[in-house]
Design a protein around this ligand. Structure first.
Ligand SMILES: [Cu+2]
Length: 686
């Protein structure tokens, strides 16, 4: 497809024209900037500095499942860390702990700031039970611009949003001058949770529950016997379907923590929250899971096995390259800038079959986590998010342009995760390599290709396969000739993503790409959603950018004309078990062409038709890749099909430009299991 929308020269021009024609405060002006896409703000000198220092690719520490159980702890804490090519800033980061102790990040040089890194990689297998503890040990006092103290509770304005004031100006630059309003504003970035992106699991309770809000408590230790007791009682039971089913030890423990939090949380310079701001203590017999937890949360779910006789599943979990990240509405962008994301690899038949072709596959496999950092006082100041600061070239596993070594002719399996914040840099494309490197894509968004899709390689030159949220699996074959080969991040080939260094003796015998005979088996549940399976009429979903009529404040980001809301009237409602075809539209072409990436939780989708604003392309049966995140072309649409099967509950679809999401471009999808659970229940409050 054409890529006019990504030509950032045009975009820059448009912006300059706007600057020339409107008298605005600098903040309001920059607030009109549509995205935090890195391209427009990369400066030539930075690109020129983006030369490899020869640093080898950092291998990320892994929490691995054993005997069918993934046991581990993800601890969120904070430290001064070094932005590659930038300065040292206070950041939140993920620490990984398994049965042997802290496995990630590596101990760093005490004489300099620790590097900016993704979280540990989690590696499990289809059918495993995930018993993962999230601990929130962030010290909110280290992030003074985030008033992380609850809805409506804001020391300066009571707005519930983070506040940025530049004295002596009495008006808050954020949110007042921007015009953002709670809950669709930046806020509560020391509150967190985990989203399991790409996973076909329940959106409720102790699974992929993004409505959960885990407040920071730096006193909680995952090794405290009382904490362990409460958590391991949860893990000893099957994944709970209702809060009532949670063990008493957990409920009592959290009730005491919430009570204590209400008495001691800082408010207006004192300790203790006023009555209307206190967190409710859940009833031990209530069905709905509470929205709040203090300091710690036990994630307990099964990685969905394939549908087979004897189970009731309609879809299985696709084995592949998935990921996890913080997903608290209002702070997702901030936390991803901080680096709160990691790969979640789910192995299965796909890997086993590839390993039969490449016996050394698991030793040479590369997990490549792409991240975007922005240099700002603490990556926290909302001003910095609205007015993107000097954004740095992207990093892979914490380094700019790291080096990967291969032998001539060798084939390796590379898994890319885009854990960035914006719409990407223009796709992960074979043509962005220096000549000589051969690439075959085997999966998109953690879902393996059919043999037909593999042969077609339709996404190998896609501009739209690597926005924030996307994953790409490549088989990469090194050239026969020794030397350094660059993979560029951007279409202008100015920013280097990584370097392949080819040296040593040639592989003998020379490895070959898969053939039809040895290509990984394609699971039945990933076969096309047929016309006859669909329940009409489906839905039309429209992502829109709405400029403020007087241009004095920022535009709003909406879906179907509304910012994110928990009013059930705004929900998209589907009955569990249905397959539907939806049209997902992006009319944003004025004043910028914004490639909003559409993302939906829990179930992946197939694309059957794409309109890029001028032309319509049908994707034939047998060649319909699965996605969970896909850029909607500006001025165009996607026609998608998805199965809303296996799991009922409320979850979300949203723009994966994460500051758009935080500011309202998100919508609840309510999947009902009639007649037991009614749409009319609004379970959550933000
Ligand atoms: Cu968007």
């Amino acid at each position: 497809m054409k890529n006019a929308e990504k030509g950032f020269t045009e975009k820059e021009l448009t912006r300059r024209e706007m600057i020339g024609t409107m008298a605005l405060s600098s903040l309001a002006l920059s607030a009109l900037s549509p995205t935090t896409q890195a391209q427009p703000v990369i400066e030539a000198e930075q690109a020129a500095n983006n030369v490899s220092n020869g640093e080898g690719l950092r291998r990320i520490g892994e929490i691995k499942s054993k005997g069918g159980k993934l046991r581990g702890t993800i601890r969120v804490t904070n430290q001064v860390r070094r932005i590659p090519g930038g300065s040292d800033v206070m950041l939140r980061y993920y620490e990984g702990i398994d049965d042997s102790g802290v496995i990630w990040p590596p101990t760093s040089d005490p004489n300099s700031a620790a590097p900016y890194l993704p979280g540990p990689t989690i590696r499990a297998r289809i059918g495993d039970t995930v018993n993962l503890v999230l601990v929130n040990n962030v010290d909110p006092s280290k992030f003074p611009n985030s008033l992380d103290t609850g809805p409506g509770e804001n020391h300066a304005t009571g707005s519930g949003c983070d506040v940025v004031k530049v004295p002596p100006n009495p008006v808050a630059q954020y949110p007042d001058q921007v015009g953002d309003k709670y809950p669709n504003c930046f806020h509560a970035s020391s509150t967190t949770n985990l989203h399991f992106h790409g996973m076909h699991v329940s959106p409720r309770g102790t699974a992929d529950n993004i409505f959960l809000q885990v407040r920071a408590d730096k006193t909680i230790s995952p090794t405290d016997p009382k904490v362990r007791r409460a958590i391991y009682d949860v893990f000893a039971a099957p994944p709970p379907q209702t809060y009532a089913q949670m063990p008493a030890s957990w409920k009592n423990y959290q009730a005491s923590l919430i009570g204590n939090y209400n008495k001691t949380a800082p408010y207006n310079g004192k300790r203790g929250l006023p009555p209307d701001l206190r967190l409710p203590i859940p009833s031990p017999t209530q069905e709905n899971f509470p929205e709040w937890a203090i300091g710690v949360y036990p994630y307990n779910f099964l990685i969905t096995p394939p549908p087979v006789q004897g189970n009731s599943y309609k879809m299985g979990q696709a084995p592949g390259t998935h990921w996890y990240h913080a997903h608290k509405h209002g702070s997702t962008a901030t936390n991803l800038y901080n680096g709160l994301a990691g790969a979640f690899i789910i192995e299965g038949q796909y890997d086993d079959d590839l390993e039969k072709i490449y016996p050394d596959l698991r030793n040479t496999e590369k997990v490549l986590v792409f991240q975007e950092a922005a240099e700002a006082p603490d990556l926290e100041t909302t001003l910095a998010l609205i007015s993107p600061p000097r954004q740095k070239p992207p990093v892979v596993n914490g380094a700019q342009n790291p080096v990967i070594d291969m032998r001539p002719g060798e084939i390796q399996f590379w898994r890319f995760v885009n854990a960035g914040v914006g719409a990407g840099w223009g796709g992960l494309k074979a043509s962005l390599w220096d000549k000589g490197v051969t690439v075959k894509q085997t999966a998109q968004d953690g879902v393996q290709f059919s043999w037909q899709s593999y042969q077609e390689q339709a996404l190998l030159e896609s501009d739209d396969n690597f926005a924030s949220g996307n994953r790409v699996d490549w088989l990469v074959q090194a050239p026969a000739k020794a030397g350094d080969y660059t993979l560029f991040a951007d279409l202008n080939r100015t920013v280097k993503l990584l370097t392949l260094r080819v040296s040593g003796s040639e592989m003998n015998p020379a490895p070959q790409f898969p053939t039809q005979n040895n290509y990984p088996e394609f699971p039945d549940f990933l076969k096309d959603i047929s016309d006859s399976e669909l329940t009409p009429p489906g839905q039309t979903v429209t992502f829109d950018y709405v400029p403020n009529p007087n241009f004095k404040t920022a535009p709003t980001f909406t879906i179907d004309g509304k910012q994110f809301s928990e009013d059930p009237a705004n929900f998209i409602k589907v009955n569990v078990g249905q397959a539907q075809e939806w049209t997902v539209r992006n009319p944003t072409t004025v004043p910028f062409r914004i490639p909003h990436p559409f993302h939906i939780h829990v179930n992946p989708f197939q694309i059957v038709e794409i309109n890029d604003g001028t032309q319509t392309f049908a994707i034939p049966e047998g060649k319909r890749e699965w996605w969970d995140t896909r850029i909607i072309p500006p001025g165009g649409y996607l026609k998608i099909r998805s199965r809303f099967v296996d799991f009922w509950g409320q979850y979300v679809l949203h723009c994966h430009i994460l500051d758009h999401e935080d500011r309202g471009m998100m919508k609840v999808v309510a999947v009902e299991d009639p007649p037991a659970h009614l749409f009319t229940t609004a379970v959550h409050h933000h």
